[in-house]
Design a protein around this ligand. Sequence first.
Ligand code: PXP
Length: 251
Amino acid sequence: MNTINEKLLGINIDHIATLRQQRGTRYPEPIQAALIAEQAGADLITVHLREDRRHLPDRDVGMLIDVLQTRMNLEMAATPEMLSIAKRIGPSDCCIVPERRQELTTEGGLDVIGNKNYLRDFCLELKEAGIKVSLFIDADERQLDVCQEIGVPAVEIHTGHYADAKNAQKQKALLQIQQAVEYGSNLGLQINAGHGLDYHNVLPIALIQPIKEYNIGHSIISRAVISGLAAAVAEMKRLISSAENCTNPGG
Ligand code: PXP
């Protein structure tokens, strides 16, 4: 059970699936990764079901919903196809993100102002299906005003620009996030944050009191690859060396 002021960590497991999809193998298995993350303390599991299914196919999302002991935060574009998938699968949370096929990863926040009426109806349908909605937006007070106006309970502030910025620009981006979080929190919105957060840049963001959930993927999966590499090499070396004593190589 989470306490009211506790900061929550959502682990984005898309990158495990990316590794698997690259070779069409059965490993690494994102479901297994999600369960390990939960066991290690993750408060929720985040997955992005992209329109092009570049990492997770529908099968993963369907299986995950059956085995997770925490909750699923389904990131998705605001399309009719995704709406019907979300309603069928029933994650506890949905984070609506903009999506462009050519992008490497989600590159900017939603334009809630420009799509106000569409997003209001879209989010209402999710709410009626019992799903808590957040909108992924840049640190922009005008966007926050409209999020409140259309009645969403939560937003996720895009931290990618802060993560990418250098020197004075980084300070500026941080200040923008701090101000937006304060502003959005005063509007009564739950504020989450994510994108590009890593072991070097997360602390100033973690210090921003009202932020409730942090959705982090790439840096954690990358750290896991490097941390586990020595043991993985040693295991393969042992296996190859043991062939000397093997009498039945086929078996
Ligand atoms: N939050 C959102 C809305 C995202 O689209 C992503 C990337 O899928 C993340 C968080 C996680 O970003 P990263 O993998 O850079 O930690």
